[in-house]
Design a protein around this ligand. Structure first.
Ligand SMILES: CC(C)(COP(=O)(O)OP(=O)(O)OC[C@H]1O[C@@H](n2cnc3c(N)ncnc32)[C@H](O)[C@@H]1OP(=O)(O)O)[C@@H](O)C(=O)NCCC(=O)NCCS
Length: 178
């Protein structure tokens, strides 16, 4: 079966919502409403094969320099076939096309993003995200996500210092995520 990555269409929104919210129920990613997905459908790519929808991923541009990979989800029965990496690669290619310099993801699966070439960093080094969106995120009191960063010019982001807090809750609220 050959896997294709393409821009999402409105007819994909229900598949995207079902998959994302299945993982959200297990607290593995943020829930997304149908209205949100429709409004942001132009940010999304989907993976499909001859049998249909396999996964999705969004690239959200935050500043002229920085974009975020969001809502990456692959159907559990097709995990491990390289579909997640193909979606991330396509988002990175789109970020390059747009002229961005950095791409990051907030994630509970840092090892997966490391395999995609990202380097672990701290949310404290991404104020474009932590100052604007994190303070109103429903998970701000329970955030222990890792920030993973890729520089598109090939330079390596500065490594995390020993003991440096990674998630929003510890970093900005000074408490343990609950
Ligand atoms: C994480 C996820 C997107 C990975 O998709 P996938 O299609 O299974 O991943 P791939 O097959 O492309 O894997 C690429 C590499 O990452 C590794 N990898 C995949 N998932 C991993 C995980 N959870 N932890 C560590 N490594 C992982 C693979 O072993 C592979 O390594 P290799 O290059 O040595 O073979 C998928 O499991 C998923 O949808 N998870 C639930 C939702 C989620 O956590 N999304 C991320 C939100 S930011």
């Amino acid at each position: 079966m050959s896997v294709a990555i393409r821009a999402a269409r409105v007819e994909d929104v229900d598949d995207m919502r079902t998959l994302i919210n299945e993982y959200a129920r297990d607290d593995r990613m943020l829930e997304r409403s149908r209205d949100f997905l429709l409004e942001h459908v132009r940010d999304f790519l989907v993976a499909e094969d001859e049998r249909g929808f396999l996964g999705c991923c969004a690239l959200a541009v935050l500043t002229p320099d920085l974009a975020e990979i969001r809502s990456l989800a692959v159907q559990p029965e097709t995990a491990g076939r390289g579909i997640g990496r193909a979606l991330v690669r396509a988002c990175v290619a789109e970020a390059r096309r747009l002229g961005l310099r950095r791409v990051f993801a907030l994630t509970l699966v840092p090892d997966f993003f490391q395999k995609c070439g990202f380097v672990i960093t701290s949310l404290g080094r991404l104020p474009e995200k932590s100052a604007s969106e994190c303070p109103v995120c429903p998970k701000r009191f329970a955030c222990d996500e890792h920030a993973m960063l890729l520089h598109l010019d090939g330079t390596i982001p500065e490594p995390l210092s020993a003991g440096e807090p990674v998630g929003y809750t510890r970093l900005f609220l000074g408490v343990e995520p609950r």
